[in-house]
Design a protein around this ligand. Structure first.
Ligand code: ADP
Length: 395
């Protein structure tokens, strides 16, 4: 059988198709539609090692997905389609498990849009389009917040007026859950840890970045909060700051709440400190002596390191640290910078293994020499969504 996974953003749509045989998931096609709704869009399709990119116009998500399904259909990849899995960013407090979509569920999910105004509405649009085009198969939504539903109340509540929580849902939800879950499970398996007795920290470091403490397979702390703005320094997001800063800046400059929120989401992080949000470009500038670029990377590493200390305390020890995401998977420099001062915690890495770029068949590489294992894991969010969709339906 084939599984299609769809990840719809505001003007983009990513897809991947898996074939499943004996519980082995093989990715057979993937791609991306960009600039949906603009005068010139683009569709990129990867199949059998070939990549094809075409400029085309897509009025809306339905047209984009129709083009994807046509292309997949030409190669016979959706004839045996068993389920379509969708990624949704915010599930609120109610949606903590993969959920089969019905019209009632979609209406109910609309209610969560104020919590994730940038992310949830385009996803709902994508699900509707997919259901119109392939109403003959079941559709399942997997939520990015779901894995963190196991946080205890002292980890998920903020010390703010209680009504903010009871009336407006102000609490920590956490994001990147599908990735944290996948890389944690993979690391536990590959390192031979006891699935029911382990203490692991997973650092998903990409353009968006978050870190999670996992005890015995359950998320107990995570750095993103009500929104994906909290926590680590990111490409363009500030992560943690003194909560008084936006009010101070609004008073000083006359900025509106909307402008301040936008500045913290789009003009901060690496970009705010040095002008570039792409970590690879920032590393190149730092290598050639640029002080702002070096500071941006130092701030990034400092914040991740602080969380490793904090989360080790919450876990009461540490068996393994897992790195994933574009930066976590690829930047030996960043991994070394984060971990270098942590030898006193039993965290030491082999510089040669840190520098190697190859991964084993499971998509992992162990780089530690100390008591705490350090492992790099290639994240597979789409595969995890496909697996959870299949499991939910018992296919
Ligand atoms: P997203 O959150 O958009 O999915 P990714 O997980 O793809 O992002 O991560 C993108 C980030 O990874 C970018 O900042 C990019 O520069 C960084 N990155 C990718 N390859 C490297 C590399 N070899 N060295 C340093 N950073 C890298």
């Amino acid at each position: 059988m084939n599984i299609l996974v769809v990840n719809a953003g505001s003007s983009s749509l990513k897809y991947e198709v898996f074939t499943v045989e004996d519980n082995v998931y093989t990715s057979v096609a993937e791609g991306l539609v960009e600039r949906i709704g603009e005068s010139v869009g683009a569709i990129t399709m990867k199949l059998n090692g070939n990549k094809d990119k075409q400029e085309r116009t897509f009025a809306d998500h339905k047209e984009a997905l129709a083009a994807v399904l046509d292309h997949l259909g030409e190669h016979g990849l959706v004839d045996d389609l068993a389920v379509v899995g969708h990624r949704m960013v915010h599930g609120g407090e109610e949606y903590t498990k993969p959920t089969q979509v019905t019209e009632e569920i979609l209406k109910d999910l609309d209610k969560l849009s104020p919590l994730a105004p940038l992310h949830n509405p385009p996803c709902i649009t994508g699900v509707r389009a997919a259901m119109e085009l392939r109403g003959d198969v079941p559709h399942v939504i997997v939520f990015d917040t779901a894995y963190h539903a196991t946080l205890a109340e002292d980890a998920y509540r903020y010390a703010v007026p209680k009504e903010w929580y009871t009336n407006h849902g102000v609490r920590r939800y956490g994001f990147h859950g599908t990735s944290h879950k996948y890389v944690a499970n993979t690391a536990v398996r590959e390192l031979g840890l006891d699935p029911n007795n382990h203490k692991v920290i997973t650092a998903h470091l990409g353009n968006g970045a978050s870190i999670t403490a996992i005890k015995d397979g359950k998320s107990i702390e995570t750095s993103m909060g009500l929104t994906p703005l909290e926590g680590l320094v990111m490409g363009t997001r500030s992560g943690n700051i003194d909560p008084a800063i936006p009010f101070y800046i609004m008073r000083q400059t006359g900025m509106s709440a909307q402008e301040a929120e936008d500045a913290l989401n789009r003009q901060s992080g690496l970009k705010g400190v040095c002008g570039d949000n792409d970590a690879r470009a920032v590393e190149e500038r730092a290598d050639s002596g640029d002080a702002d670029a070096k500071l941006a990377l130092d701030l990034f590493a400092h914040r991740v390191r602080g969380y490793i200390g904090e989360y080790s305390a919450h876990l009461g020890g540490l068996d393994a640290i897992v790195f994933t995401g574009g930066i976590g998977e690829n930047s030996a420099t960043m991994r070394a910078a984060i971990l270098e001062p942590l030898a006193h915690m039993g965290i030491e890495i082999d510089p040669a293994r840190n520098d190697v770029r190859e991964f084993n068949e499971a998509g992992t590489r162990v780089i530690s020499t100390g008591a705490v294992k350090v492992i790099v894991v290639l994240t597979q969010e789409q595969e995890q969504i496909a697996r959870e969709s299949v499991e939910l339906l018992g296919l």
